[in-house]
Write a protein that binds this ligand. Structure first.
Ligand code: SF4
Length: 319
């Protein structure tokens, strides 16, 4: 990209960028949390969680000393709970290996649990002004179109992004502008080339959208029997999910995966990115067995949103 094009991009960003709280700080702790929350979760869902988060966990030390259950409870509604577990591990690593100060070196940022190259690039550029590119899905799409190379490898995309950012006097601005361009103008299905600040430099400008942009990963359907043990005095019986897999470490009533699709409709269908969970609630007439606990207040215990909805449909509400 020429310096003129780069200036166009930065000027466009300066005039059109959405006002978002994580763009008004260079604090690496706040940038880090925003970047992790925004992975696979929409901005409008992240916004209320983001501001609440810092009331509960104002700094890395508060995060590191919190229990996993506290973190998972605060993460409730954001989905992909593995991210909360990584944040907890990373906070503890920052305390033990960096004396509580967020590391500045790119390699040290990338060595934190849950932080890949693109997230490390965002933190290093937004917080410390380093020329480290972000290569999220939006930036990849924009670069592919600029070069009109829809099937290009990630290796080449990283090389292009690094070249561009090396030639920019404002690495953080370049990253932010590219992410914003992909999120708002150069969308997957209908790029708005007439409003694009770099259309003169784009080999795919005003061309039909590439065929593979519309390709969808097939959704997998899972059918889960959710067994409800309830007691007027003790609440509902919950067990902890395994560490890995869907809803890892969250609390749910006992769940059994069904081998075939039941004849009756599901009580609740919960959509994940590439999976659809069909939840069939059944009220148990025997006492619960195995590990678990009776819970009559959900204030400090993290349940998946899909389970909240199922319980509501069965008239189970706790504090
Ligand atoms: S000109 Fe069109 S296709 Fe090219 S980057 Fe801009 S919006 Fe995307």
């Amino acid at each position: 990209m020429s310096s003129v094009q780069c200036n166009n991009l930065l000027q466009w960003y300066g005039k059109n960028a959405r006002k978002l709280p994580w763009r008004e700080t260079t604090d690496p702790y706040r940038i880090w949390i925003s970047e992790i929350m925004l992975q696979q979760t929409q901005v409008k869902t992240v916004l209320p969680h983001y501001s609440n988060w810092f009331e509960k966990f104002p700094d890395t030390a508060a995060l590191a000393s919190a229990s996993m259950d506290e973190l998972l409870k605060s993460w409730e509604g954001l989905g992909y709970y593995r991210r909360a577990r990584f944040i907890h591990q990373a906070a503890r690593k920052i305390i033990s290996e960096h004396g509580g100060t967020f590391p500045e070196a790119f390699d040290a940022i990338m060595a934190l649990p849950g932080i890949g190259r693109s997230t490390a690039g965002a933190i290093a550029s937004f917080s410390f002004g380093q020329p480290t590119p972000v290569l999220d899905g939006n930036v990849k799409r924009v670069l592919k179109r600029w070069h009109n190379r829809p099937a290009v490898t990630d290796k080449q995309l990283w090389a292009w992004a690094q070249d561009e950012i090396n030639g920019s006097a404002n690495p953080a601005g370049w990253n932010q502008a590219m992410m914003e361009l992909g999120a708002t103008i150069c969308s997957s299905r209908s790029p708005n080339c007439s409003l694009c600040p770099v259309s003169h430099n784009c080999k795919a400008a005003f061309q039909p959208v590439e065929a593979n942009a519309a390709k969808k990963i097939p959704v997998k359907h899972l059918h889960w029997q959710v067994t409800l043990h309830t007691c007027p005095t003790r609440g509902v019986w919950l067990t902890r999910r395994p560490d890995s897999g869907i809803w890892g470490r969250l609390w749910t009533p006992p769940i059994t995966e069904l081998k075939s699709t039941p004849d009756t409709p599901a009580c609740h269908i919960h959509q994940l990115t590439h999976r659809k969970l069909h939840l069939y609630g059944s009220v148990a007439d025997v006492s619960p067995a195995g590990d678990g606990q009776w819970v009559s207040n959900f204030d400090s215990i993290a349940l998946p949103t899909g389970i909240h909805r199922l319980l509501e449909k069965h008239g189970v509400h706790y504090g």
